[in-house]
Design a protein around this ligand. Structure first.
Ligand SMILES: N[C@@H](CCC(=O)N[C@@H](CS)C(=O)NCC(=O)O)C(=O)O
Length: 217
């Protein structure tokens, strides 16, 4: 059954692959599933036709026959649960990988996104300068903890899983901020994720939407 996902027709990140369709594209590439993309404008995602797919009027969504999903984490989980390659078969190892999926989205992503949106939307408020270090420290605190846990390992558990896929997409929002680079093992972890062939294909495909060029190959 063919898979259709939604993505921005003009991503505000200017092709940096930060929009959350990137996670879904990457997961589909990892498991070797072809997919089509329905490109939507920022206004179209708020229209009824899209709200029937996504109650909060956002991207990404995932359609497969009658099935319609929203929430990038749930979509990646669905892909990982139905195709080999992103979750171990052993029940305990699988549960650990799913735990990392939740940790990426529930523990790491909120302070990172909060810092990002504060920097973007609140920089003219009189309290911005005062609150910024508080927000930065929340991110640093989580990075410290994650860095200690990862140590010298390549991935969060024995092999690459959907937990790493989500964690890398969350952490790479900090690329170039200096904060991630303070933790060389985390910066190397993100680079390892970005070096995967499936990641590169997904990145090129989303970039091609922005540049208007077909991806190579
Ligand atoms: N928790 C949701 C967040 C989805 C989300 O924030 N999507 C952004 C793009 S990455 C969006 O559609 N923003 C436009 C808007 O909220 O109006 C998920 O992981 O899918």
């Amino acid at each position: 059954m063919s898979i259709i996902i939604t993505a921005f027709e003009r991503s505000p990140d200017r092709g940096r692959g930060l929009a959350r369709d990137m996670r879904v594209r990457w997961a589909l590439e990892e498991v070797g599933q072809p997919y089509d993309v329905r490109l939507l404008s920022l206004s179209a995602i708020k229209e009824l036709a899209h709200r029937l797919r996504h109650p909060f009027g956002q991207i990404p969504t995932y359609e497969e026959g009658e099935l319609i999903l929203f929430e990038s984490g749930a979509i990646v989980f669905h892909i990982a649960a139905h195709h080999a390659g992103l979750l171990p078969n052993d029940p305990s190892a699988r549960a650990c990988a799913i735990t990392w999926m939740f940790a990426a989205l529930n523990t790491m992503e909120p302070p990172i996104v909060e810092l990002e949106s504060a920097t973007r939307e609140e920089r003219n408020k009189i309290w911005h300068e005062e609150r910024l270090p508080i927000r930065q420290n929340r991110v640093r605190h989580r990075l410290d903890e994650l860095s200690s846990r990862l140590g010298n390992a390549d991935w969060l558990d024995a092999a690459f899983t959907a937990g790493d896929l989500l964690m890398v997409t969350v952490l790479r929002r900090l690329n170039g901020s200096g904060t991630l680079e303070e933790k060389p093992n985390l910066a190397a972890y993100v680079a390892r994720g970005e070096a995967r062939a499936a990641y590169k294909r997904a990145f090129e495909d989303q970039l091609a939407v922005f540049t208007g060029n077909s991806p190579p190959g």
